[in-house]
Design a protein around this ligand. Structure first.
Ligand SMILES: [Fe+2]
Ligand SMILES: [Fe+2]
Length: 471
């Protein structure tokens, strides 16, 4: 097989130049788990040497790094197309190829520094040193986010009838509530279709009783060896019930920055085993929150889709994660603190604080995306009113039907000014994309994921940067 490296300046460019990481014409990538487009533009112009700050969380560089890292981590998992390998044998060989893995291993540590260093500066680790302080800290944290705990550390019951609030309510209140709920399921799918594969990296080795306790949880995630009970299988059932595709990464183009960074975080901590303490604490925190979180998700899905949605995945987690919350707390978090003492407690706390920040940034990113995607008509009117005052250097482009499709974000508010023809705008996965034509101008706020396809034989746009903050 020929690997393209000639003339490319950096290992990152050489990695991204592989056929499987280049965009094709399709918006949804069906039946090929190896095809994961990184960027339409060359990545050579992107500088990954200085870490992204928290303020750059929604940047195009983070999106590109997130896609590359996801590809890197998943190339040590076994992925096969549902329809059989014959459909993608060449891409299978390339995804796991020697040279591609060599490039992967060359670029990964630098990209991890780029992507995650902001956590070192943005996260403040409270001074928790002893096991007693760790218990008080943890139960305070999970109690503070609405996941009740009694004084013995038991996570008692979930409330399956509480009214929708927060992001779940925001989804249900969208004009296009099914698209918004679909986008939420798609973000979950990034992890759920390979659920517990990061955890699987922590099953090997020799690290005492904690290892065996983790295996019990892994066993539940994998349905005790019964394929119909495996969490990824019941997740597929939920997707299929609302008409979403179940192929791994069919919606690759619609993963938000925050989803990639969040899922990659767990792959990073399990790939680099120095991260195992942070991982175990992060899993403890999440398992504790999941019980109520998935009860709320199930309620939102039923509100949006009615009876046709199969919420078994949510119901299962609302039940089993009560146990996983308790098991991880007692046996992983406190288990590691008992075995290794004050040396590791700050790292455990760090895993929880990292997760809190990633959850908050993820929630903000998702909320902003559905707010924008739900109001593209208003943002088209707004764009038209701004275009006269935004005359500085426009990036002009012409698109044709069947051109390579990819999604991206802008690092500043921009206006897409249609100068000729007609285009469809994808701001989420939908069969009804937002159509704009000559004379329209769409405001795309910084950090909002979008992709364009030409509807007319040729369509031209001028993408203009706005000065300051226009809104
Ligand atoms: Fe699960
Ligand atoms: Fe769980």
């Amino acid at each position: 097989m020929t690997i393209t490296t000639t003339g490319l300046g950096s290992p990152i460019e050489a990695y991204c130049a592989q056929r499987i990481f280049q965009p094709g014409p399709e918006v949804y990538i069906v039946g090929n788990p190896y095809h994961r487009p990184v960027s339409a533009a060359g990545v050579g112009a992107l500088d990954f040497s200085s870490p992204a700050t928290e303020a750059e969380f929604l940047s195009q560089r983070q999106l590109v790094a997130g896609r590359i890292l996801c590809n890197a981590y998943e190339s040590d998992m076994i992925l096969l197309p549902e329809a059989g390998l014959a459909t993608a044998k060449g891409d299978f060989d390339l995804f796991y190829d020697d040279e591609v893995r060599r490039l992967r291993d060359t670029i990964r540590p630098g990209l991890e520094r780029f992507a995650y260093s902001f956590l070192d500066t943005s996260v403040t680790v409270p001074p928790v040193r002893t096991i007693e302080e760790l218990q008080a800290y943890f139960l305070g944290e999970v109690g503070g986010v609405g996941a009740p705990a009694d004084h013995t550390g038991n996570n008692p019951e979930v409330d399956t009838a509480r009214p929708l609030s927060g992001t779940m309510r925001a989804i249900a209140e969208c004009k296009h509530a099914e698209e918004a709920a679909g986008l939420h399921l798609i973000q979950l799918a990034l992890d759920a279709l390979t659920e517990a594969s990061a955890m699987a990296r922590n099953l090997g080795g020799s690290y005492g009783v904690v290892q065996s306790e983790l295996f019990k949880i892994f066993n539940d995630e994998f349905g005790y060896g019964l394929y119909p009970a495996k969490h990824s299988t019941i997740f597929k059932g939920m997707l299929a019930s609302v008409g979403l595709r179940t192929d791994l990464h069919a919606y690759w183009n619609f993963y938000l920055n925050s989803s990639l960074i969040g899922v990659n975080y767990f792959n990073w901590l399990t790939e680099d085993h120095r991260g195992m303490f942070r991982y175990m604490a992060a899993v403890t925190y999440l398992e504790w929150l999941f019980a109520q979180g998935f009860a709320d998700t199930g309620a939102m899905l039923r509100a949006v889709y009615g009876d046709r949605v199969d919420t078994k995945y949510c119901d299962e987690h609302a039940h089993i994660d009560i146990h996983h919350g308790r098991m991880t707390y007692e046996n992983l978090l406190l288990g590691l603190a008992r075995a290794h003492g004050e040396l590791v407690i700050p790292e455990l706390v760090r895993g929880i604080e990292d997760t809190k920040l990633l959850l908050r940034l993820g929630d903000e990113d998702f909320r902003a995306q559905i707010r924008w995607a739900d109001t593209l008509d208003e943002h088209t009117r707004l764009g038209a009113s701004l275009v006269t005052s935004t005359l500085d250097d426009a990036d002009a482009a012409t698109l044709r039907p069947g051109d390579p499709f990819t999604t991206r974000v802008y690092d500043a508010d921009r206006v897409i000014d249609v100068t000729d023809g007609e285009l469809d705008v994808y701001a989420w996965a939908t069969e009804r994309p937002h159509r704009i034509g000559k004379g329209d101008a769409l405001l795309v706020p910084r950090g909002r994921l979008h992709g364009l396809t030409a509807v007319s034989a040729s369509a031209s746009v001028a993408v203009r940067t706005l000065e300051g903050n226009p809104r």
